[in-house]
Write a protein that binds this ligand. Sequence first.
Ligand SMILES: Cc1cc2nc3c(=O)[nH]c(=O)nc-3n(C[C@H](O)[C@H](O)[C@H](O)COP(=O)(O)OP(=O)(O)OC[C@H]3O[C@@H](n4cnc5c(N)ncnc54)[C@H](O)[C@@H]3O)c2cc1C
Length: 440
Amino acid sequence: MLNRNTEMRKAIGSYWEASVPPQKQDRQLIGNAVFDVAVIGAGYAGLSAALKLAQSGTSVCVLEAEYVGYGASGRNGGFCCLGGTKLNERKLIRKFGLEEARKFVAYQVAGVNLVEQRLDSWQLDADRHSNGEIFLAHRPRDVSSLREDAAFLKDNFGIKARLLSKSDLDVEGYGGPEFYGGLHVPYGFALNPMKYIRALADQVRHAGGKIFAKSLVTGVNKDGERWRLETENGFVRAKKIVLAGNGYAHEDAPRWLHGRTLPVMSSVQVTRPLSDAELVAQNWTAETMAADTRILLHYFRLLPDRRFLFGTRGGIFENPAALAAMRKRARSDFENMFPAWAQVEAEFTWHGNVCMARNLTPFVGEVPGMEGVFAAMGWHGSGIAMASISGEKVAGLITGKLRQQDLPVALSRPFRKFPMAAFRKLYLQGAYWWYGWQDM
Ligand SMILES: Cc1cc2nc3c(=O)[nH]c(=O)nc-3n(C[C@H](O)[C@H](O)[C@H](O)COP(=O)(O)OP(=O)(O)OC[C@H]3O[C@@H](n4cnc5c(N)ncnc54)[C@H](O)[C@@H]3O)c2cc1C
């Protein structure tokens, strides 16, 4: 049953919004309040931190500019999978050494397991499907790269990925003119991200954490022993802070964030439900979540209600002309990759921001020079598992149950400023041209 009469003030237009019932909004912060910890951002990271803190008896509030799930946590493709960095495993080894790379991959696996355990223990029906994830070679020459990847993952990380030939793909229902072979990685599953974020928020409230909606933090300043977080209609004084704004972070809250992250748009479309005949015509019947081997990848999956979700990179700017061009390009990619569905309309299209960093790795730790201010951000487009586990870890750092050295080194490097940060979006344009050329 779709909820088209959405209750949300700044509706995103996503399929996920329509798939959940209306919900009463948390109230705005009006006046002043004191908490042990204030979290900025009600996505997976901020709410996971708040949940762990509230469960340990810490008084905690979450300040959210809009409402729970307004950010990427309510907009994503629902691939709960490995990832969180733009460095592939080979580069991770080169940069951090084999042991640290293994630690980081184990952390990603633990993130996926954490989300799964949460859904199980909350008995949440989050429309789960897909046993692992498949990567599809979009050019014949990428088949041999997948073969090398399979051997590399097994030898270095003990990951037993399965290679699929073109005829395996055809037999198993991964049909498409651009798919020449596949590599199935046996980690991850797909879910309805809005159901997950809403349930997570319920757990926070139940554990005693306070969530304030419509409470954009515009400044963070020292106020005696505490930090003071300014919002439009009040302020919070807290001993410790978690920065969890990710691709929606306000760069003045705190100033340290200025020029250190790069919000990057990703876009999603969801079709109407497909008939049996349409699925057969395209020969796409597999329920496994999939992505192609492009650097500027596409991600797609058949939803349990037989709609097809198709995601790809977004544009650079958010004005109406740029968004229309983005939708046109995404649609054209969809029709090229799934030609039997060229006439199947997308009922929902939306976009959102992921967060990149200059280091190409996330940062989970204390902000240099700001005692008591911690960050958990920068998942590089793969944050369902990573933001969930990292929110818990940052709570551990705050309560002293964890030390920074307990985390993988790849997560522990504070974000560096982008050079000439004002031009970050233009770099992105250059990168898109370059990657697009490499993907040909
Ligand atoms: C279109 C799209 C598809 C994606 N697909 C996938 C996928 O399939 N799998 C996957 O793993 N990941 C995916 N991602 C990435 C994933 O959704 C994110 O990495 C993850 O949700 C980030 O969670 P978060 O809690 O760090 O941030 P968010 O969920 O973005 O939440 C940050 C929140 O902070 C709030 N905020 C920011 N600044 C302030 C402030 N100053 N004051 C108050 N509030 C503030 C924002 O309003 C926002 O609600 C996708 C992202 C997008 C946009």
